[in-house]
Design a protein around this ligand. Structure first.
Ligand code: PLP
Ligand code: SF4
Length: 349
């Protein structure tokens, strides 16, 4: 088994929260995630009037917050940008025109169960239906994951479809969150993908390094290091406060192991819709060796309209980022349009 490169551990003087501790058993950390809205509100000392709406809105899409993420939320602040991403609120239940249940045309791009092929050369595998966190703005609120494969052999038709199409040079493991697969299951899946000769790149889209940093364990690193396809990790953080403590350490472990690691964010009202926050996010990412990749315009999913930032505002924010940051720290501002051959840049008018 190839051993990942481990540089000397160091403490970032500029970020004393980025401590180097060995990850704990991530399955246990996952099991300890908070799932009860009342529990969350009590622990964070939030006002009681949030309880009833939180209970109601969590019946259609449950609340789920790992303890590590909870520790990065400021107690007593109902407007905390990390809290806003995970707390069910009354606004989710207000219908909004143009916000639908299949916002990005996934049903049409599904050729084989579990496989989405929208763009040239790349196919996306729904490797797992669940996540370690339930982001309130997520398209997954409505995705029919119950219909996707669950056992490894159920993936074979999707993997066969990749093997039968020599134009597919990249497999993207996505979900849900592909790192929700057990170490063993993920290892088996990677092994099957590695056997397909024309797959030159294996990409993993995961929010676990951010919300459940214990997932970045030795087993994961040794599964991904030293295999033939180039491995790229794309994580998902939206606010600089997410890049702290055990999360910063997990990102460093990935990067130090030699895995190019990129970040994608979603532009979210009340979370990261100001230039200061987006600049700080880029700065904190690069301190861990992570490069900003995409800033996504929100997919218009039912229940998420209160997160939308209009595109003109988004464009001005990007303009401000370009003024303040080196080019490589400015993410590409894109929007997903059903039927388009790539993520469409949201350009200046
Ligand atoms: C977003 C996405 C990709 C990846 O697009 P990139 O621009 O290469 O990051 C691939 N397949 C599907 C179905 C997607 O939604
Ligand atoms: S981690 Fe990603 S897929 Fe999972 S709920 Fe959040 S946004 Fe959705």
């Amino acid at each position: 088994m190839p051993t990942p490169y481990r540089g000397t551990p160091f403490q970032d003087a500029a970020d004393p929260t980025a401590t180097e501790t060995e990850p704990r058993d991530w399955r246990r950390s996952l099991a300890q995630a908070i799932r009860d809205p009342d529990d969350l509100i009590t622990r964070l000392q939030l006002p009681d009037h949030l309880r009833e709406p939180a209970r109601r809105a969590s019946t259609s899409f449950p609340l789920m917050v790992p303890a590590s993420f909870l520790a990065r939320i400021r107690p007593g602040d109902a407007h905390d940008p990390l809290l806003r991403q995970v707390l069910p609120i009354a606004a989710e239940e207000i219908p909004a025109v143009g916000f639908a249940t299949d916002a990005v045309g996934d049903s049409a791009a599904r050729e084989v169960p579990g496989l989405l092929h929208k763009y040239a050369g790349r196919a996306l595998l729904i490797a797992a239906g669940s996540c370690a966190v339930n982001c309130r703005y997520c398209f997954r609120r409505h995705y029919p994951y119950g219909h996707e494969p669950r056992r490894l052999d159920d993936w074979q038709p999707a993997l066969d479809a990749v093997a039968a199409d020599p134009t597919l040079h990249e497999v993207i493991l996505s979900g849900g969150d592909p790192l929700m697969l057990t170490d063993h299951r993920l290892g088996e899946m990677v092994e099957r993908i590695v056997r397909i000769p024309h797959v030159a790149r294996l990409r993993i889209h995961s929010r676990l390094p951010i919300v459940l940093p214990d997932r970045v364990n030795e087993h994961l690193l040794s599964t991904l290091c030293g295999i033939r396809p180039a491995v790229v990790m794309v994580v998902h953080a939206n606010h600089p406060h997410e890049i702290e403590g055990d999360c910063a350490a997990a990102l460093r472990r990935l990067v130090r192991s030699g895995i190019p690691t990129l970040n994608q964010s979603v532009l979210l009202r009340g979370v990261n819709d100001d230039a200061e926050t987006l600049c700080e996010l880029s700065e904190r990412l690069i301190r861990c060796g992570v490069i900003p990749y995409y800033l996504h315009q929100l997919d218009r999913v039912a229940g998420a309209s209160h997160f939308e930032v209009d595109e003109a505002t988004g464009q001005s924010l990007l303009e401000e980022l370009r003024r303040r940051l080196p080019g490589y720290l400015v993410p590409r501002y894109v929007r997903e349009v059903a039927g388009e051959p790539y993520k469409v840049p949201v350009n200046r008018p």
